[in-house]
Design a protein around this ligand. Structure first.
Ligand SMILES: Cc1cc2nc3c(=O)[nH]c(=O)nc-3n(C[C@H](O)[C@H](O)[C@H](O)COP(=O)(O)O)c2cc1C
Length: 361
């Protein structure tokens, strides 16, 4: 009997995206994506992504233009459909002050000023989408919900491939029902935010392997597994369970091409990498970071975080000061659970190792 050796790199996902390999570099929001990282991965034959939820419409236009100049291969622009929680933009000066003062001991420790209330905390999703549509990137990926049918129709008209993100089987089914082209299913192992939208993040905590198998039963569109995948074996394992490809975040964040600071990247190779934790401390929304003393203190104190993105704004200011002073334990150190497996600090080398490993496995 001749064993049939299915080619791991020819899947419905590669057919849809027109990439050589079913490997997606996960987008990073909050200023941690870079054109260099996304373009490097796209040029290697994967899908590079740029997280743009924190950017203005004109900055998004500039990023797409820069990516087009850097690579002729497909790439993705990523936005957050819901980018503000109740009570954030309408927050009174007094409430803002209350949340800011909660963090004063940390600002004091770094000799930094507690920030004043900015005019606005985030950009409107509708304006961001308008800029995205105008420049028509090859792929538009998104989290925290499903864009309106008008937006999805406009993507189709411009031949923009859409990729939604699900944290539960129900969300996967809702994404397919909306007519979206492919879906990232992300388990709780993943670094960064839990991007649930049909229920709270706390009630939507599926492990990647459970979610891939359950989503496969519910949807026919290509599935991209995310969360805890940082090796070739994990890519193959996800494929065996029904995924058509994998999205890798933390392992690419650790590479020098990402826009993470040296302080943040080296934390992923430090002793801190052995423990991660889900916390609302850094943004007001549940997200996975390396565990630090600040997270432990915060959870013990039971202090409520400000609604997103107010908490995110405050902690972003603290992170600037902590980065300047080389204090990783005073900043968000987004990381998935498999940080201890990371070996590479160069995106091309990482990508080539994944391809070589998956081809050999
Ligand atoms: C620092 C950081 C920021 C992230 N920001 C986004 C984002 O803005 N949009 C998004 O779709 N996914 C975001 N993610 C999720 C990743 O794209 C990816 O799905 C996830 O990291 C995969 O899990 P892993 O970290 O275990 O590899 C982020 C992840 C990290 C680590």
């Amino acid at each position: 009997v001749t064993p049939t050796k299915a080619m791991w790199n020819r899947t419905p996902l590669t057919a849809l995206l027109q990439t050589a390999y079913p490997i997606v570099q996960g987008p990073f929001g909050g200023g941690l994506s870079s054109v260099e990282l996304a373009a490097t991965v796209s040029k290697c034959g994967g899908l590079g992504s740029f997280g743009a939820h924190h950017l203005s419409a004109s900055a998004i236009s500039d990023v797409i233009t820069a990516l087009r100049a850097a690579t002729s291969k497909p790439f993705a622009i990523n936005l957050w459909v819901s980018n503000e929680d109740t009570g954030a933009s309408a927050m009174s000066a007094a409430d803002f002050e209350k949340y800011a003062q909660q963090l004063k001991p940390y600002f004091d420790e770094l000799d930094a000023q507690v920030p004043a209330r900015p005019e606005s905390f985030s950009y409107r999703f509708d304006d961001q989408v308008e800029a995205m549509l105008q420049h028509a990137p090859p792929v538009f990926s998104f989290v925290y919900g499903i864009p309106s049918s008008d937006v999805l129709r406009a993507c189709k008209a411009r031949k923009i491939i859409t990729v939604g993100t699900a944290t539960t089987p129900d969300e996967a089914a809702a994404i397919e029902a909306a007519g979206i082209d492919a879906i990232v299913v992300t388990g709780f192992e993943a670094g960064g935010h839990r991007v649930s939208f049909l229920d709270t993040a706390e009630r939507s905590l599926y492990g990647t392997f459970s979610l891939v198998q359950l989503a496969r039963k519910r949807v026919r569109i290509p599935i991209i597994a995310a969360g805890g995948i940082s090796t070739a074996n994990a890519i193959k394992a996800a494929q065996l369970l029904g995924a058509d490809g994998a999205q890798i975040g933390t392992a690419f964040l650790a590479c020098r091409e990402s826009a993470a600071s040296e302080v943040q990247r080296s934390a992923l190779f430090s002793d801190l990498r052995h423990h991660t934790e889900l916390t609302k401390l850094f943004s007001g929304r549940l997200a996975r970071s390396l565990r630090t003393s600040m997270i432990e203190q915060w959870h013990t104190s039971k202090t409520p975080a400000a609604p997103y993105p107010v908490q995110s704004y405050l902690m972003g200011k603290l992170k600037e000061a902590a980065t300047a002073q080389g204090r990783p334990e005073r900043m968000s150190l987004w990381s998935g659970q498999t940080a201890p497996l990371l070996e590479h600090k160069n995106a091309k080398t990482l990508f080539e190792a994944l391809v070589a490993g998956a081809s050999a496995a």
